[in-house]
Design a protein around this ligand. Sequence first.
Ligand SMILES: Nc1nc2c(c(=O)[nH]1)N[C@H]1C(S)=C(S)[C@@H](COP(=O)(O)O)O[C@H]1N2
Ligand SMILES: [Mo]
Length: 511
Amino acid sequence: MTARDRPVPWWSAIAGVVAGLVLVAVAQLVSLAFSSSSAPFVAVGGGFIDIIPPWVKDLAIGLFGTKDKLVLFASMITVYVLLTGLNGALGARRPRIAAGVQAGLGLFAAIVVLTRADTSAADALPTVAGTVAAVPLLVVMLRAVRPGSTETTWNRRRALVGIGALGVGAIAAAAIARGVTASRELARRAAQYVLPDPVASAEPIPEDAQVDLEGMPPYVTPNADFYRIDTALAVPRVDPTSWQLRIHGLVDHELTLSFEELLAEPMITRHVTLACVSNPVGGELAGNATWLGVPVRDLLERVGIQDGADMVLSRSIDGFTASTPLEALTDARDSLVAVGMNGQPLPQQHGYPVRMVVPGLYGYVSATKWLTELKVTRFADDVAYWSTRGWSERGPIKIASRIDVPRSSQSLTPDGAGAVMLGGTAWAQQRGIAAVEVRIDDGDWREADLGAEVTEDTWVQWSLRWEDAAPGDHTATVRATDGEGEVQTDEQAPPAPNGASGWHRIDITVE
Ligand SMILES: Nc1nc2c(c(=O)[nH]1)N[C@H]1C(S)=C(S)[C@@H](COP(=O)(O)O)O[C@H]1N2
Ligand SMILES: [Mo]
């Protein structure tokens, strides 16, 4: 053998790791059709936890806390990568032995799967399938990285690129399959909880809250259509069986509640329209839902608030925080630690299992999703996520009104009587909407008809019959007046730092 023809242990080692990854990826994918314990990594990890002595377990929990399982899986992956890499390096000279070792690893994992309490014989199939894919692949790859076996260096380079791509693909496939398994697992656990009936329900929503005009948004926003705003790249997956809410800070006695304990608290339902501070004039970052939850007031009463506190910093599992004035959580507005949205458990994207709902305040200072902590504190001592990034530390929702029908620049055909219908939405949480007016071009303000106002914390829908709609191009402008008599300002403000203001105006063409 010349130096050029000598097997390269480095590339053989990578071939070994890639074969190992393919085993895991194929097994993980196939396991989607079997029980979740049929995935070899889960089974081997579970088996390991079962055989180690309790003091090792205690030590691991002491060292890594709730991250203990993560550490276990990371260690397993490291050991596996080392083993398969060594095996590949060995295979540079002895490919058959390496194939045997790889098959042995698969067989071992398959046997561990079978020893798990919640598996049956068929659950070994995913691991077997992974092994059947990985072993011949290892042999092929070992041959491909051997200089003598491919005619040109170009071919060999191509083989190396292929192996690299295969490795990346295997990691991606395994991660996706694992994500699917984890989501299913979460859904299964969630199913063991039933949302309680409220001890006090919000008044039913009257039918005429909905303006009957094509193109109007539904008065109650369906969960699937509810706007979503958060900083989470991947939606946090919170396990309700280990979830806890900790209430601490300037309190007489701290309180920690499990999800089960929270569900046992008396709950109420409230209709509340949420709004995002980033919503531009006329924008759609607002939604209206019926929320089920425990009044924050009741929980704060239990812990006893100490003198000097003026804020509650709510924290999410992903580190997001919101600073809510204490008053907004203790006064009569019924701010909630919420678990239900429109009769369903909170969707994962909207904070499952528990979030805050505070009427009257923009979401960034109040509506913490994936809630884990309430710290009673002072504005002078703690700063929330967005307040450190240039947004106001307090965020009362500004009065807003918008035109939903027609859409801007839409052409309209008047009805037989020469009239055109306009419609839209207005909100001023905590004050309510007293009136909505519409102006065509530079004409007089015309009073719109209001749909039923459900509460001062919910939006109202409005409609206007524009009787003498003359053909041609026009503008329509809307403004609202809140329950305290304040007319929405025409002064334009951008969303930062504390919410947009100004009138919504659209262009329309009458045919
Ligand atoms: N954990 C967490 N909660 C959060 C946020 C976030 O980024 N992270 N964003 C807030 C903002 S800015 C808004 S407007 C509301 C939006 O709630 P939604 O996505 O359920 O509509 O959630 C609030 N709660
Ligand atoms: Mo927001």
